[in-house]
Every structure is written in structure tokens, then in C-alpha cells.
Design a protein around this ligand. Structure first.
Ligand code: PLP
Length: 388
């Protein structure tokens, strides 16, 4: 049979009902809460299950689903995006190794690198990966990994996954892409040559702001075996209930992403035409400096955008306070629309000088577009802009 298309796989893979002998035919995989699994014979665990940290049937269903979303052979689920990242680095790198990373990374990733992993003899160099040459120039004798995120948070900068992965391959480096912002619906880094994809399933995959989780997807079997071993050895695994929530979320990923994208494009265009808005950062706008690359490596532009208000901090605070539908909150990727102020919230840990140098000013506002009716969202923005 031909390979099923995305929405079909997102609903069915890993959750095929068991209508055979002894099966119960559930169309939804049960939440297997058992921590341990009984066996008849000492040497043959029933169905391959022994202990829930090592392997759990609900998590197993989720991992099959995660793999298919990124066209990967293997998927691994973790208790959070950060747990996935930490397990990955500890599995692939050794003391003395060097990593080249995009200089506009998710704040938590940067914190993990700079405050935790650098104490274990790992070295990190941050470069503006919008230019692939800068990545090339940063390669040292001990470089082992390239860590990318595209588009970045909150300035929506892109990097060319195909070009940088080719560069990585030619130097025997492992290329990792954090694909949380686009979700597997709009971008598939493995198809573009990357080795490993990271997701915070807390965001679009879960999709309802009610579960924290993480994932790794890859097709290299040797690497997978190492990661699988360490997933158990380190133990940062998700609960069966959390696995159920992510599985449930993924079933509607296709329709949610279409609507996130539609709403974000409308709002980006509205904001760009508004006299109180200085600049809008959204890859779906023709004014985005990497709009052509966005069209090439993504099949949509996603639900995240940021913009600069033509006002100082006081005006920005009034605007944020006056919004009625948009909630003022960190995180992203849920059905409800959120706004946040990077300089004072998600990116507050970056020193002010450095923050302003890369463009995270007091006028910058980040938006996670939800899937409400876009007319209501635009009206809400309009009344708050008038008061700012
Ligand atoms: C949220 C996020 C993470 C971290 O994931 P958690 O589930 O919060 O641990 C990593 N990368 C990106 C791009 C994120 O948005």
C-alpha cells in the first residue's frame, strides 16, 4: 500500500485497534498505569513489557505516532522538551566536545547549555545561523554537533536546514533541529538532511496547554539504540496519562495547524498595516527578509509572530493590560491565543545589552495565535492598540 498521508497517520499510527484473539478492540489506546508487568516464564516478559520506566504500552503507542509525524524510523517520548534535550546531549557527546548553536535559541535550551552542560566539559559557540558560512567558520577540531532552531523565538529568524545539514554531514557532525515552532505539519527537518529532530510536545503536538512533554525523532538505528538505553538509564520519561494527552492532541494537529496559520497570516497583515505598529516578524509576510527560504523549506508559516509597538514600555504595558481575549502568558502552541513580553518574561534572563543587540527591545511583543475566530482576535487587538 502507498504511504498514508499526514492527517491519516496522525490519527491512526500506533493506535490500531486490536480486534484479534483476546483483543478488546479499543479505538483509543488505554492508559496503562501499571508500573510492572507479570510474566509466566522467567525469561519471557509478556508482550515485551517489564517495568514502566523501560517500556510502557501507552508510551509505545505515542512513540510510534511521533516517529511517523517526522517521517522517522524511531520516536522517543520524554517528560519535557528539556528532558529530551538533556538526554540527547548526554547520549551523543563526551567531555571535550564542541557544539555550534544558533545564537537565537529557546531560552531554556541556552540555559541548559550555558549553566548546566558547560560544567561537564562541553563547549558551545553561538553563531548567527541565518548565514550558513558563519556555521562553517565556527567548526573546530572537536566540534561534534550543530544545534538549530528555525524559525527562532521570538524574532522568527530562519536558517537553511538543508545547507547546514549538508555541511554537517561533510564534517561528520550530528545536526539537530528543534522543530517545536513549526510542528511536523509544516516542516520536516529529517527530510531536509538533519539527523535528529527535537520537539517540546508541550506546544503544538499536545496543543491544549494541559500537558508538558518532549520528543526525539530520528532514523539512525545506532544512535537510536544509545538514546533508548539512556531514556531508561536516565529515566526522564512521561507518565502514561501524559502520553495519552499528547496522543489525543496529535489527532487534531492537522486542522489546528491550518487554523493557527490562517489566523496568524491575517493578524500579521492587520498589524503590518496598523499605524501604531513599527514592525511585524512573520515568515508569511513578503516583508520578512527570509520569506523565500520559508516558502522553500516549510509548507506553511505557522502560528507564531512578534511585533514592535510604536511606543515605550509604558504604552506596551497598557496594550497588554487592555487585551481581553489574548491571555498574557508564557508558552505557546495551544488553542487559545497568548501574548507575552519577551524582554520582561521569557527572555528576561538574557542581559539587557545583549538582548537589545539581537532585537529583543521593550517594544517587542510575541503572539501565539490560537484558533478562535480571527475577527474577534483582530477586534481585541484593535481596541487595545487604540488605548495604548
Ligand atoms: C518550550 C520549548 C522547549 C522546552 O520544552 P519544555 O516542554 O518546556 O521542556 C524547547 N524548545 C522550544 C522551541 C520550546 O518552545
Amino acid at each position: 500500500m502507498r504511504k498514508l498521508k499526514f492527517a491519516t497517520r496522525a490519527i491512526h499510527v500506533g493506535e490500531e485497534p486490536n480486534v484479534g484473539e483476546g483483543g478488546t478492540g479499543d479505538v483509543v489506546v488505554p492508559i496503562h498505569v501499571a508500573t510492572t508487568f507479570a510474566r509466566k516464564e522467567v525469561e519471557s516478559p509478556t508482550g515485551g513489557y517489564e517495568y514502566s520506566r523501560t517500556e510502557n504500552p501507552t508510551r509505545h503507542a505515542l512513540e510510534k505516532r511521533l516517529a511517523t509525524l517526522e517521517n522517522a524510523k524511531f520516536g522517543l517520548a520524554f517528560a519535557s522538551g528539556m528532558a529530551a534535550e538533556a538526554t540527547l546531549i548526554l547520549s551523543v557527546l563526551q567531555k571535550g566536545d564542541h557544539v555550534i548553536a544558533f545564537d537565537d535559541l529557546y531560552g531554556g535550551t541556552r540555559r541548559l547549555f550555558s549553566n548546566v552542560l558547560s560544567n561537564f566539559g562541553l563547549e558551545f559557540t553561538y553563531v548567527d545561523a541565518r548565514k550558513a558560512e558563519y556555521v562553517k567558520k565556527a567548526i573546530l577540531k572537536n566540534t561534534r554537533m550543530i544545534w538549530l532552531e528555525t524559525p527562532t523565538n521570538p524574532l522568527m529568524k530562519l536558517c537553511d536546514i538543508r545547507r547546514i545539514s549538508e555541511l554537517g554531514k561533510s564534517q561528520d557532525l550530528v545536526t539537530v533541529v528543534d522543530n517545536t515552532f513549526m510542528s511536523p505539519y509544516f516542516q520536516n527537518p529529517l527530510d531536509l538532511g538533519a539527523d535528529i529532530v527535537v520537539h517540546s510536545t508541550t506546544k503544538y503536538l499536545g496543543g491544549h496547554s494541559d500537558v508538558v512533554g518532549g520528543a526525539l525523532m530520528l532514523s539512525n538505528e545506532e544512535l537510536y539504540n544509545k538514546l533508548k538505553f539512556n531514556q531508561n538509564a536516565i529515566g526522564a520519561v512521561p507518565s502514561p496519562f501524559d502520553c495519552f494527552l499528547v496522543l489525543r492532541g496529535i489527532k487534531t494537529l492537522t486542522v489546528r495547524m491550518e487554523r493557527h496559520n490562517y489566523n496568524a497570516q491575517k493578524v500579521a497583515e492587520y498589524l503590518e498595516s496598523h499605524p501604531r505598529v513599527r514592525k511585524v516578524h512573520y515568515p508569511g509576510l513578503r516583508s520578512h527578509p527570509q520569506h523565500e527560504l520559508a516558502k522553500k523549506q516549510m509548507s506553511g508559516f505557522g502560528g507564531m509572530l512578534s511585533f514592535e509597538l510604536d511606543s515605550g514600555l509604558e504604552g506596551v504595558k497598557v496594550f497588554l493590560r487592555k487585551l481581553e481575549i489574548f491571555a498574557l502568558a508564557e508558552s505557546l502552541g495551544g488553542v487559545e491565543s497568548l501574548v507575552e513580553h519577551p524582554a520582561l518574561m521569557t527572555h528576561a534572563s538574557i542581559p539587557k545589552r545583549e538582548r537589545e543587540k539581537i532585537g529583543i527591545t521593550n517594544s517587542l511583543i510575541r503572539v501565539s495565535m490560537g484558533i478562535e475566530d480571527v475577527e474577534d482576535l483582530i477586534e481585541d487587538l484593535s481596541q487595545a492598540l487604540n488605548k495604548a
